[in-house]
Design a protein around this ligand. Structure first.
Ligand SMILES: [Fe+2]
Ligand SMILES: [Fe+2]
Length: 193
């Protein structure tokens, strides 16, 4: 009378686990990419004296970075710290986040008329690029071999991200929509800095 279910779950668990790991890294890298793109668009808008677009891009970058930093601090770094041999990498990343958040707070409190507003954004861009390089070149590759609950982390990241974005009134469309996005791909190659 007792129905037995075929044991299908175990054979696929390694595969699921691997793709969850790739998805976690992809989620974080996509955030990085979007913010770096916004930095390039800011340079272009600034060259054109388009301050309205500059202000929009600053707001977009601040919102995205706040969500991203929270995700890493609450969910990603604690697990990475346990899995990594070099815990200092996470210490450094957390210290870098503090500096980034200070600049973000300055930008949110400041106004485009203040000459330091643009300077803060330029410094933010430099810090973020450095920080992202360390995450992508040092932390992520080391974690690829680590045994973590990637599926649990993926689910937690996705849920928390949606929650944080909703709280800020962001949607995935607004996160990607920016005034100079259509031309940025072709134009960005000629001006590497
Ligand atoms: Fe980070
Ligand atoms: Fe990151």
């Amino acid at each position: 009378m007792t129905a037995t279910t075929p044991d299908r779950s175990r054979s696929t668990s390694t595969k699921i686990s691997k793709s969850a790991q790739q998805q976690v890294i992809a989620l974080l890298k996509d955030d990085h990419k979007r913010v770096k793109k916004a930095f390039r668009e800011f340079e272009k808008a600034d060259e054109q004296g388009d301050m309205e677009s500059c202000a929009k891009l600053v707001k977009q970058v601040c919102d995205e970075l706040e969500v991203h930093a929270k995700l890493e601090e609450e969910l990603f770094y604690p697990q990475a710290r346990e899995a990594l041999k070099e815990e200092e990498l996470i210490d450094e990343a957390e210290v870098e986040h503090k500096s980034l958040k200070r600049l973000i707070a300055d930008l949110k409190a400041g106004s485009p008329d203040d000459p330091r507003w643009k300077a803060s954004f330029t410094v933010l861009a430099e810090y973020v690029k450095h920080h992202v390089r360390e995450e992508e070149n040092e932390i992520f590759p080391q974690l690829e071999k680590a045994k973590l609950d990637w599926e649990g982390m993926l689910e937690a990241l996705q849920t928390r991200k949606a929650e944080l974005m909703k709280r800020k009134g962001m949607t995935s469309e607004t996160a990607q929509a920016s005034p100079h996005s259509k031309t940025s791909r072709s134009a960005s190659r000629s001006r590497p800095h």
